[in-house]
Design a protein around this ligand. Structure first.
Ligand code: SF4
Length: 374
């Protein structure tokens, strides 16, 4: 009706107005969905918070604030979140992923149960959440369901991310039973051709069926979790499908569709992959016509103060951008996380971040602290 009232004499202007209205309705429903999702998530996370975890978070925040203010690293508290790598092996060959494209120099394999439990046991009183994902496809580790169930028993909010090639009805049933809180499903296309351009070796229909299986398993077990995020990385070849994937997500019954700008290791070399829609890219051309990160790098990093990574071999890393464990603080096979967290290596790393973050190659191509999607 509103559209009818705004008809202009020229056809083109009509179409333009029509499109704007559709967009604002879309934005409104996006915002409502976002609000709904936020309220639900806060309700879920709330059940995992304890006074000790809250106090730890306060310590982290204070020590981070003081460090940034005085430009000297001070680390109080233990990690509030952690990413643990279930496996470094992957079944797909995505070109910008070191595991998929074969450039990862670390050992390919699964984390042992003893390393996994050592890590969780050491941090369980402080962790708000644990992400079972780093490099590799988590569902290739046969113990993934037990790992999630263990986090549940330790009262830690669990998250994982998958290419959804293994979400069979049986696995989805086990997944819902395990008590997983959130799952991120990668789907960067709304048809096989567009999807497999980046997810090389992947099957679009398997992802769709996998999501349907998961939604059905939640329904049959009368569970609201895991919350399902559908994640769409925007490239040049799929940028026209952003709207479509939002609709697809709604039809499939996922809880959130997350549109993300991908990280590209060499934006100059691979600029043909980058989307032409500015709001969906991390990069822009500088005055010399070269691609660089949007925004200005700030010499600070909250992530490295509270959200480290443990690799399949037990190396403790500052963050998930250190794919090949080049900036490791130490190894949980030989040391406690508490010791490594304030070790010489860790303090030196944070000192450099506060002084000049661009000294680290991983930090130069990292959007931590930069707003790039407007
Ligand atoms: S790459 Fe550097 S700036 Fe980015 S999260 Fe890691 S430590 Fe922080």
């Amino acid at each position: 009706m509103q559209v009818q009232q705004m008809v202009y004499s020229k056809d083109d202007s009509f179409r333009k107005t029509n499109y704007t209205i559709e967009n604002s309705v879309d934005r409104y429903s996006d915002r409502m969905a976002c609000l709904n999702y936020l309220i639900t998530e806060i309700r879920y996370v709330w059940g995992y918070i304890t006074l000790q975890k809250l106090l730890n978070l306060v310590k982290l925040k204070i020590s981070y604030g003081v460090s940034v203010f005085f430009r000297r690293p001070l680390q109080w508290g233990l990690p509030a979140s952690i990413a643990i790598e279930p496996t470094s092996v992957c079944n797909l060959a995505c070109p910008e992923c070191p595991s998929g494209n074969g450039s990862l120099i670390r050992r390919r394999g699964n984390i042992s149960w003893s390393l996994f439990t050592k890590c969780v046991n050491e941090l369980k009183n402080h962790l708000l959440s644990a992400t079972l994902y780093f490099q590799g496809e988590p569902f290739l580790n046969p113990h993934i369901f037990e790992m999630i169930a263990y986090l549940k028993r330790m009262r830690i909010y669990s998250i994982t991310s998958t290419n959804a090639q293994f979400l069979s009805p049986k696995n989805c049933d086990k997944l819902v039973k395990s008590g997983l809180n959130r799952i991120i499903v990668s789907l960067d296309g709304t048809d096989q051709k567009s999807y497999a351009k980046y997810r090389i070796g992947g099957s679009y229909s398997k992802v769709i069926e996998g999501i349907q299986n998961l939604v059905a398993a939640k329904k049959s077990q009368r569970k609201k979790q895991p919350v399902i995020y559908l994640q769409f990385l925007v490239f040049r070849h799929n940028e026209h499908q952003v709207k479509e994937v939002k609709q697809l997500g709604r039809q499939l019954g996922v809880d959130k569709v997350s549109i993300k700008a991908p990280q590209v290791y060499d934006p100059e070399q691979n600029n043909n992959m980058l989307t032409s829609i500015p709001k969906y890219t991390r990069y822009q051309k500088n005055e010399n016509g070269q691609y660089q990160l949007k925004g200005k790098l700030k010499n600070k990093c909250w992530r490295s103060w509270q959200n480290p990574v443990i690799t399949v071999d037990g190396a403790l890393l500052p963050c998930c951008f250190d794919k090949d464990a080049r900036y490791t603080y130490g190894n949980i096979k030989n040391s406690d996380i508490q010791q490594m967290w304030t070790s010489k290596n860790a303090i030196q790393f944070k000192k450099t971040i506060l002084k000049n973050r661009s000294q680290f190659d991983i930090c130069r191509n990292c959007t931590e602290g930069i707003k790039y999607m407007h």
